[in-house]
Design a protein around this ligand. Structure first.
Ligand code: ZN
Length: 245
């Protein structure tokens, strides 16, 4: 796909003593070590050929990297992600009941006066709770839609917290999804659903499996590349930098 077949950015270090080209992948950078006489075009060709591997490796490294300390707590004006779009957080305290509402620009959190926790903690806990409930509801509904379309029905739909995966499917027909996906664009969520439902038929990543995915989701490579490149932004507490769809 276009995203994955692009030449990744890298820094080049040449040395007369080197005999082969080495690609060093770090979470946010790529360094290529090459012998002095190798042509630039040859290095580019090699890096381009390894693009998928480089992206996957970076994604794995980013997930493994310990969480950076939270710079500012969630509060009035914080940016949140909701189905791939940015929303501003609005907070109202000391109300009779706790509730959350979503509008095209904001997510409004109303906190009950009965919550006795520190403001920062209350906001983050209630928002997390709400996000997870929404994810649960969204996936139930959306899996039902795709299930009818694909004629594949899971025995159960679960929404979970995973560190390193977006979804999974077990041999008992249970499909599970990472709740953080509720922050991703709808078409990316659809890809993960189609992927997991396809596992109900093929419990592997064989060519037949990808044929099944492609039948219902032709641009699955684009969605995969999006998750490789942008998936790290789907995180809690939110870390917004440069999400694109
Ligand atoms: Zn899979």
């Amino acid at each position: 796909m276009t995203l994955a077949s692009k030449l990744p950015e890298y820094t080049l270090r040449r040395s007369a003593r080197r005999r082969s080209i080495e690609i060093q992948v770090r979470p946010d950078s790529v360094r290529v070590l090459a012998p002095t006489r190798v042509l630039q075009s040859e290095i580019n060709r090699l890096v381009a050929a390894k693009a998928d591997w480089i992206i996957a490796r970076q994604q794995a490294l980013r997930l493994r990297r310990p969480q950076a300390p939270i710079s500012s707590p969630l509060d009035q004006g914080s940016e949140l992600l909701w189905l791939g779009e940015r929303r501003l957080l609005e907070v109202e305290v000391n109300q009779p009941d706790t509730c959350v509402t979503v509008s095209p620009e904001r997510i409004k959190l109303i906190l009950s006066r009965r919550i006795r926790k520190a403001r920062e903690k209350a906001i983050s806990e209630q928002l997390l709770l709400w996000y997870r409930e929404q994810a649960q509801h969204y996936f139930q509904t959306r899996v039902r839609f795709w299930g009818v379309h694909m004629r594949l029905t899971p025995s159960q739909v679960r929404v979970r917290s995973y560190r390193r995966k977006w979804g999974c499917c077990n041999s008992r027909g249970v499909v599970s999804f990472n709740w953080l996906l509720i922050m991703a664009p709808v078409h990316i969520i659809d890809y993960v659903i189609v992927h997991e439902l396809s596992h109900l038929q093929h419990m592997n990543h064989s060519a037949a499996f990808w044929d099944c995915v492609a039948k219902f989701y032709p641009d699955y490579r684009g969605a995969k590349a999006w998750l490789d490149l942008q998936g790290g932004h789907l995180d809690w507490p939110p870390r917004l930098t440069s999400l694109t769809s």
